[in-house]
Write a protein that binds this ligand. Structure first.
Ligand code: 13P
Length: 284
């Protein structure tokens, strides 16, 4: 089937109380690993491209690969821009065939963030594309986007409600204690804040930086209203561990398929596990 919009998937998740995984793609191997996991688990899935992925693989290649994967798939697949930096980039993605865009104005003052998101919403909604925004600042490093611990700001529930009402965005990424990348200690999520945000905000909530968050905390976040969960780092770690072990086991191997094939398998296993954890397995 063709790519579906992000809000189609999140509306179904909201109705039945689970979260859809949004997995970062960088190349053919990661993309096919994620879609194959979705097929195996009968799960809806969101593919997403970060700034680094767009630089590395190119917007058109990512969009084309995702369109082919979705057309061949028997489960619903959406394609999202992750941490979009500008109105221009959001428009380029929509034109290339993305069915969801995140526009991350969280570095801007409230007013400017809201103005940027509203502008994107107006155009995106006219063509059936959904929009995710971010309020507060999520720590860590996600490709080109880096937020030091001292710059982290947790999302204020009342401001979040106002922001969603003013902008018309379809989903909101919240800062409640997660960070992008590898955690140094165990992350501590502010569940009270998450519950307060969910009580006041009408749209589905998004948890970024979910790699390395303990399973129990993920389940609690889903129970409290998180409907989209982003995973990048754990997929990369699985990829790198597999490539290292293949090369260490046989130094004479040179066929990319023999190196990347097992890596694809490892990435698929991580994604399948997350789909079961998020409760999206068996929903497609
Ligand atoms: P991780 O790298 O921690 O998995 O976070 C991914 C993410 O939030 C992408 O926006």
């Amino acid at each position: 089937m063709p790519l579906v919009s992000g809000s189609t998937l999140l509306a179904a998740a909201d109705k039945d109380g689970y979260a859809v995984g949004a997995f970062n793609v960088n190349n053919l191997e990661s993309l096919t690993a994620i879609v194959s996991a979705a097929e195996g688990e009968r799960s809806p899935v969101i593919l997403q491209a970060s700034q680094g992925a767009i630089k590395y693989a190119g917007l058109e290649y990512i969009a084309a690969m995702a369109q082919v994967a979705a057309a061949r798939a028997t489960v619903p697949v959406a394609l999202n821009l992750d941490h979009g930096t500008s109105f221009t980039q959001a428009m380029q993605c929509i034109r290339a065939g993305f069915t969801a865009v995140m526009v991350d104005g969280s570095r801007l003052p409230y007013r400017e963030n809201a103005a940027l998101v509203s502008r994107v919403v107006e155009v995106a909604h006219a063509v059936g594309v959904s929009v995710e925004a971010e309020l507060g600042r999520i720590g860590g490093t996600e490709d080109d986007v880096s937020v030091a611990e001292r710059e982290e700001v947790f999302t204020d529930p009342e401001a979040a409600a106002r922001f969603v009402a003013e902008t018309g965005c379809d989903a909101l990424a919240v800062a409640v204690g997660t960070a992008h990348g590898v955690y140094r200690g165990e992350p501590k999520l502010d569940f009270e804040r998450l519950a307060a945000i969910d009580r006041l905000v009408a749209v589905p909530l998004v948890l970024h930086g979910a790699s390395g968050v303990p399973d129990g905390a993920i389940r609690e976040a889903v129970r409290l209203g998180v409907r989209k969960i982003n995973i990048d780092t754990e997929i990369r770690l699985a990829f790198a561990a597999s490539v290292r072990s293949t090369l260490a086991a046989d130094g004479s191997v040179y066929d990319p398929r023999e190196i990347l094939g097992p890596a694809r398998q490892s990435m698929e296993e991580v994604v399948r596990e997350k789909m079961r954890l998020f409760g999206s397995a068996g929903r497609a």
